[in-house]
Design a protein around this ligand. Structure first.
Ligand code: ATP
Length: 349
């Protein structure tokens, strides 16, 4: 049985629908990322779970019990928000132990738990320091420790790292993931950053306009998007309007993309094909004679990879390849583009 289930959750504000018929089951110990563009309803869903927001429809169940009418302070949920909301006049230890104090835990036990948590989040020996004398990353750790000190049944984070620089953000993402694995606490993490979601989630729930578009492992949502929105939202992609004819080549804008095999060979009619940039290959014109011809518009180096934007018959195509692997193309060059059809994905219609 799922530990947590959202059953037909709806939330409207006047005429506006922020969430519509959200159904989701979450297992104990899962790390879930709620991902989607600004305004898609991520925070609203998290706030409903925390008891900070009500539903206009549906119910949330925890271990099979309707959770909807349990007041916020009785839900035993640990929360970290973007603003952190630490108490600036209190020390690190006092901040971390705050929730225990409210729950009537005695001073000695509070102190011991605060010491344990400061070490766990990588701040040993800083218990007595005022939070006003900490760096941004250290404050994040205090907020995480404070949320976990109460041994929450659910751990919620809403864009906790968005104010941090890229390096520190990546570092804390890995630490949070390791910590969550160690503690096994069911976690919901809101983000609009696809890379962040891909790197930490067991499952990503992609929301758009208040509706769940897809819920799946990072590999599933990246490699097998169930909608055009997910195909475009999860990383860079080429979504092509193609036509299948059994026994013939796949056609895109009058151009042959090659002969499909396997299940793809049985398809017919107009479909949307998701072709990740890493499954395109560029070659100098005349190399194979079978690739599409395109013009290089823009080249950018992304560390280990180089991303090349091309136009083919007026349409934009993005290719990525390992940066030290020839041939290299420059802006204005013509190139042959080969599609590895076996790695393409037909988006369900
Ligand atoms: P972001 O990434 O920008 O934080 P989000 O996906 O978390 O976005 P929500 O904060 O859940 O989005 O908001 C979803 C929609 O509901 C938005 O269009 C927002 O303006 C609207 N909304 C949220 N709270 C209220 C409210 N109290 N009254 C009216 N509309 C609201």
């Amino acid at each position: 049985m799922a530990q947590l289930s959202f059953n037909s959750i709806g939330r409207t504000y006047g005429e506006f629908t922020a969430l519509s018929d959200v159904n989701l089951e979450i297992g104990s110990g899962e790390f879930i990322c709620l991902l989607g563009p600004s305004g898609c309803g991520k925070t609203t869903l998290l706030r409903i779970l925390a008891g900070l927001e009500t539903t206009t429809r549906g119910a949330v169940h925890l271990n099979g019990e309707d959770f909807s009418n349990v007041p916020c302070h009785q839900r035993n949920i640990g929360m970290v928000f973007q603003s952190l909301a630490l108490f600036p006049h209190l020390s690190v230890g006092e901040n971390i132990a705050y929730g225990l104090d409210v729950r009537g835990v005695d001073k000695k036990a509070r102190h011991a738990r605060a010491e344990e948590l400061t070490a766990l989040v990588g701040l040993p020996g800083l218990s007595d320091r005022p939070v006003s004398a900490l760096s941004g990353g250290q404050r994040q750790r205090v907020a995480i420790a404070r949320a976990l000190a109460i041994e929450p049944v659910l751990f919620l984070m809403d864009e906790p790292f968005s104010a941090l620089d890229a390096g520190l953000r990546e570092h804390l993402q890995i630490e949070v993931k390791k910590l969550q694995r160690k503690l096994g606490v069911t976690t919901l993490f809101v983000t609009h950053d696809q890379n962040e979601a891909m790197s930490i989630a067991d499952r990503i729930v992609i929301l758009n306009d208040g509706v769940i578009e897809q819920a799946g492992t990072p590999t599933e949502v990246y490699a097998r998007p169930q909608s055009e929105f997910v195909a475009n939202f999860m990383g860079t992609n080429n979504v092509l309007d193609v036509e299948f004819v059994p026994g013939a080549d796949v056609i895109w804008n009058g151009i042959s993309l090659g002969r499909p095999s396997g299940e793809m060979a049985t398809l017919s009619g107009k479909r949307k094909l998701s072709v990740r940039p890493e499954y395109l290959q560029l070659a100098p014109v005349g190399t194979t004679g079978t690739g599409m011809l395109g013009t290089v518009e823009f080249v950018r180096l992304l560390g280990a990879q180089v991303e090349t934007e091309l136009t083919v018959a007026g349409h934009r195509i993005i290719d990525t390849m390992i940066s030290d692997r020839p041939p290299a193309f420059g802006e204005g060059d013509r190139a042959e583009i080969l599609i590895k059809l076996d790695h393409a994905w037909v988006i369900p219609s």
